[in-house]
Each structure stands twice: as C-alpha cells, then as structure tokens.
Ligand binder design. Structure first.
Ligand code: 5GP
Length: 116
C-alpha cells in the first residue's frame, strides 16, 4: 500500500507544495503544530531513518539544505526553528515514508517533556 506521501508525490492527493525538485518535495503539514510546519520528503521511498543507505548521504544533506532555504523564505531563520525526523513507534512516526519536519514561527519550548 502506498503511503499518503507517495500519493502526494504522485499528485494523486493534493498538498500545499512549497518546493519540489527531482529529489525532494516540501509541503505544508495538514495538521500544523506551529505557524510554520513544513514537511520535507524525499521523492524516493525510504520508510524510516533505519532504512537510509550510505548512498543516501547526499539526499539527506539536500533535505537539510531545502529546509534551510524554506526557513529563510518563511521568515523564521533568524528567530530559529526546529528540524525533526521521527523514527518508528518510540519516535512517534505516523507516516512510514521518511520526512523532516520544519517547525517554527513561535518559541517552541523544550525539545521533549522530561518524564521522571
Ligand atoms: P510523523 O509523525 O510520521 O513524523 O509525521 C507525519 C505528519 O504527516 C503528521 O504531522 C501529519 O500531520 C502529516 N500528515 C499526515 N497526513 C497528511 C496529509 O494527507 N497531508 C499533509 N500535508 N500532511 C499529512
């Protein structure tokens, strides 16, 4: 079964696309956690961080470069933002097609809740 992100990449499901090239697509999160919440997704299916190959090194670097440029375009570069990649159940991953969250536009607070 294709994931929702594969359907967005194929143009079968609509999304607010901010950027795309031959390697990645970036679109607004349908359920934003902050004023800016963009997902940067490789066009090729990599289910999780665990599935990244050494040959994907440049692709992963490209995702960060695209995130950097979108942060600038969105006007959040100077104040700052957070890049997140969730992996598997404990990481809270919901969609099993690798993606990087670019989140900003407000102070985000601590990275994770401290639990005793
Ligand atoms: P994960 O928890 O896997 O790191 O994040 C998946 C993200 O994908 C969630 O934040 C969720 O809001 C977003 N998402 C799920 N379905 C869709 C969709 O159909 N369109 C868009 N734009 N985002 C989606």
């Amino acid at each position: 079964m294709p994931t929702i992100f594969e359907k967005i990449i194929a143009g079968e499901v609509p999304a607010a696309v901010l950027y795309r090239d031959e390697r990645v697509i970036a679109f607004l999160n349908i359920n934003p956690m902050a004023p800016v919440h963009v997902l940067i997704v490789p066009n090729k299916l990599i289910p999780t961080v665990n599935d990244i190959c050494n040959e994907d090194e440049s692709l992963i670097g490209h995702m960060v470069i695209v995130a950097r440029d979108i942060a600038k375009q969105q006007g959040i570069a100077e104040n700052g933002y957070r890049l997140i990649i969730n992996c598997n159940a404990h990481g809270g991953q919901e969609v099993y097609h690798l993606h990087m969250h670019l989140i900003g536009g407000r102070a985000l607070g601590p990275m994770i809740q401290r639990v005793k």
